[in-house]
Design a protein around this ligand. Structure first.
Ligand code: P6P
Length: 340
């Protein structure tokens, strides 16, 4: 493994921008410290009483687990003091998180899912922190941005990435110049460059979906699944099915091996058809990463990065991974759309 630390990598990126002030670098440096603190707790979760539930419920209506709360608190506490943000949004919090007037502020907006896949915490399966960074459209010296300034089209992200807490802790991120992976060396507490310029294979061999929702899918989605299970597909044989139930873990495996992750819209008990994953803190950051790695991300038909968010926690169907597979899915949905 190279000895290039993520800090050196960030400084190299900073040097390429003559106007850079170093504020973006310090934002990511604080984010990395937060991830190291979270990683320490996650990797000893089985030993310390941080497992189980706090007994509370979050804005998504999901039971909050102690590590969820810990990760969220670490990120909010540290990033509030980074001095470069004008606002934050967390998957765990209903409203925007403002930076109080007594703290230094800047013009970046950070949106994050503090511990995605948390339902896997107690069974020692990889979970992760997902982040997305925007620059406020008009510099206003750190004044709290309006929701309209926060809800920018997803292609306006200037950086996105994730930390995955698994057999090792990794950071994978992009600033629009390729996707780069760093592995934490716990003996020195540094993220070292381990996967430079990551590219996802154009043709996958794996599909990831929760097939328990089969009966709530529409005919187009059922045809998509039939494609991946048949011999009449790009491989000439059924794809392998792999589903962890942790977006970061499923995404990371597909990024390395090739494949497609799908969370189609499903009919809810109230009769509404909806996706589950959140646009701003899950789909959009992963979409920026996958496009930078040569892959594709849609809601079945439309490009995720073309989305203009209408609310902070809006949900979206997600098909993300190897370009050939996501495009095949798109053609199936378009064919069914024309029939309507
Ligand atoms: P299901 C975890 O709660 C999450 O948001 C993603 O990490 C994961 O891909 C998905 O939900 C799993 O959802 O309905 O299959 O349990």
């Amino acid at each position: 493994m190279s000895q290039v630390t993520v800090t050196e990598h960030l400084l190299l990126h900073q040097k390429k921008s003559p106007m850079a002030t170093g504020r973006f670098t310090s934002l990511l440096t604080e984010l990395i410290l937060s991830a190291k603190i979270i990683s320490r707790e996650v990797t000893k979760a089985g030993l310390v009483d941080v497992l189980g539930f706090t007994g509370e419920t979050n804005v998504q209506g999901e039971k909050v687990r102690k590590l969820d709360e810990f990760a969220n608190n670490v990120l909010i506490h540290r990033m509030r003091r980074s001095g470069v943000l004008c606002a934050m949004a967390s998957e765990e919090n209903g409203d925007l998180i403002h930076i109080s007037g007594d703290l230094p502020r800047g013009d970046y907006i950070l949106i994050f899912d503090p511990l995605d896949g948390s339902s896997n915490i107690d069974v020692n399966v990889s979970i992760g922190t997902i982040f997305s960074i925007y620059r406020r459209p008009l510099k206003k010296n750190g004044e709290t941005p309006s929701m309209r300034e926060v809800l920018q089209t997803c292609d306006k992200q200037i950086c996105s990435g994730y930390f995955i807490y698994g057999s090792s802790t990794m950071m994978v991120y992009t600033t629009g110049e390729g996707v780069h992976g760093f592995t934490l060396d716990p003996s020195v507490g540094e993220f070292l460059l381990s996967h430079e310029d990551m590219k996802i294979p154009e043709q996958g061999r794996i599909y990831s979906v929760n097939e328990a929702y089969w009966n709530s899918w529409d005919p187009a989605t059922k045809e998509v699944l039939a494609y991946f299970k048949s011999r009449e597909n790009a491989l000439g044989k059924p794809y392998s099915s792999r589903y962890i139930g942790s977006l970061v873990a499923d995404f990371h495996r597909n990024l390395l091996y090739g494949g497609i992750f799908m969370y189609p819209s499903r009919i809810l008990d109230n009769g509404e058809r909806q996706g589950k994953l959140r646009l701003m803190c899950e789909a959009a950051p992963m979409a920026m990463l996958i496009e930078q790695a040569g892959g594709m991300a849609t809601d079945g038909i439309n490009r995720i990065l073309d989305y203009q968010p209408t609310e902070l926690h809006q949900r979206v169907p997600l098909f993300i991974g190897s370009k050939n597979d996501v495009e095949t899915v798109r053609q199936i949905y378009l064919k069914h759309q024309e029939k309507k």
